[in-house]
Design a protein around this ligand. Structure first.
Ligand code: PMP
Length: 410
């Protein structure tokens, strides 16, 4: 959708389409992908670190031995061999049979993104309130907007979602007679801030949600990408009921395969399967077969370690460049994992207004406004460290620091 194209269909669209806006990140793609631009704007994992020859052989072997099945439709809930392997992956983070997670409770989705969409379809009507961190994952905002939900943000600090602020928000909503449908949270190495909800706060947030009878959608794409050991256990590993855990292979294998999942108790699982069958019939058998082989026949834990080590060194490059080049008044997070750093500009600067100048100076970032439903975030920006090599990151930060210093002096 381009803002400049005349649209003859305007008065024919469904209501929900009017709330849809192009994400700031997608809008940036064409300029940020020019070779002379250092893009700190992306969110792509570094798939070049995969043994692509081995992956190719794996696909060839799958087609040779199992091709007829891999090229057919499959069950809407997803392939049982994959659902079993997903339970093995979740067990690594503490979500196991003892916490009531079985292959039967898993629905395979087209990435975590579709899991968020399905949960929203199953639980939300237009006008319903969803609580989310502020800032939050831009793709979740897209889902909530498409479903015509009202997003209410709860602020985060260096320790993640602020429990007292969640309590306050719930009290305000209750007073207004509004019952939020769920809390959407990315507790570990959050996108976009990189912050992680601390051990103590996890328990506190769960207690608050339990007391308020609030469902939780726990989105955990980055939990396996910790640079300093294992992160605190997921929320779902601590409580069985009222929590829907969303996972993905986009960061531990390949985003292009579009394979994720949601863990839900049987009643909700059945609704999710109906919703996914209506939307897509079934997830790709070919992609699922590839993930099963990756998890059973390839050294995938070693591969995830490779990703972790690579991203850790790039995070270090980003943090040291920020320290070396950024002017006073600039602040940023120091993530223990994941793909992103969140930075706050010196007082008075506007990351959105500054972007054209930054692009002119051949560096791209995502302005903070894209990560809020309410227009906040003008003084903030997201910086990615998973994709550009360390020397490019350093050069990008140098260019960005020059732009910020120049704008501060205006
Ligand atoms: N949730 C979060 C927090 C994400 O950062 C992303 C992807 N960047 C997704 C969900 C979507 O992931 P997937 O590729 O599995 O759809």
């Amino acid at each position: 959708m381009s803002g400049t194209t005349l649209d003859d269909y305007t008065d024919r669209y469904a209501q929900r389409v009017h709330g849809m806006a192009q994400s700031e990140i997608r809008a940036l793609f064409s300029v940020a992908s020019r070779p002379e631009v250092v893009s700190l704007a992306g969110g792509n994992p570094y798939t070049a670190a995969l043994p692509l020859g081995d992956v190719g052989e794996m696909f060839a072997e799958m087609l040779a031995t199992d091709g007829a099945k891999a090229l057919l439709y499959g069950p809407g809930q997803g392939d049982v061999a994959l659902r079993e392997a997903i339970c093995m992956v979740m067990a690594d983070s503490g979500i196991d049979l003892s916490s009531g997670a079985s292959p039967d409770d898993v629905v395979v989705t087209v990435g975590a993104q579709q899991a968020l969409d399905l949960l929203t379809r199953v639980f939300c009507d237009p006008g319903d309130v969803v609580i989310a961190e502020g800032p939050t994952y831009v793709g979740a905002l897209g889902v909530f907007q498409a479903a015509q939900c009202q997003v209410v943000h709860v602020p985060v600090d260096d320790e993640g979602l602020i429990p007292e602020a969640l309590e306050e928000t719930l009290a305000v909503l209750a007073k207004a007679g509004k019952r939020p449908k769920f809390l959407y949270t990315v507790p570990t190495y959050q996108n976009p801030t990189g912050v992680t909800l601390t051990e103590a706060r996890r328990e506190r947030v769960l207690d608050i949600c339990e007391a308020a009878d609030l469902l939780v959608v726990e989105d955990d794409p980055y939990g396996a990408l910790g640079f300093e050991g294992q992160p605190p256990r997921p929320l779902r590993a601590r409580r069985r009921s009222g929590i829907f855990y969303v996972g993905t292979f986009s960061k531990t294998f390949a985003a292009g395969l579009r394979v994720g999942w949601v863990l839900a108790p049987p009643a909700v699982r059945d609704k999710i399967v109906l919703a996914t069958e209506a939307a897509i019939l079934c997830p790709s058998a070919l992609a699922q077969g590839a993930v099963v082989r990756y998890l059973t026949a390839m050294p995938w834990r070693e591969q995830v370690k490779t990703f972790r080590e690579l991203y850790a060194s790039r995070r270090d490059a980003l943090l040291s460049a920020l320290t070396d080049y950024m002017p006073a008044g600039m602040r940023w997070t120091k993530p223990g994992g994941g793909l992103f750093v969140w930075a706050e500009l010196p007082e008075g600067l506007d990351s959105k207004a500054m972007l054209p100048r930054a692009l002119q100076q051949r560096v791209a970032y995502v302005p903070g406004t894209g990560f809020y439903a309410d227009g906040s975030g003008r003084g903030q920006m997201r910086l990615n460290f998973s994709f550009p090599p360390a020397d490019r990151i350093r050069e990008g930060v140098r260019r960005l620091a020059d732009v910020i210093s120049e704008q501060s002096a205006l």
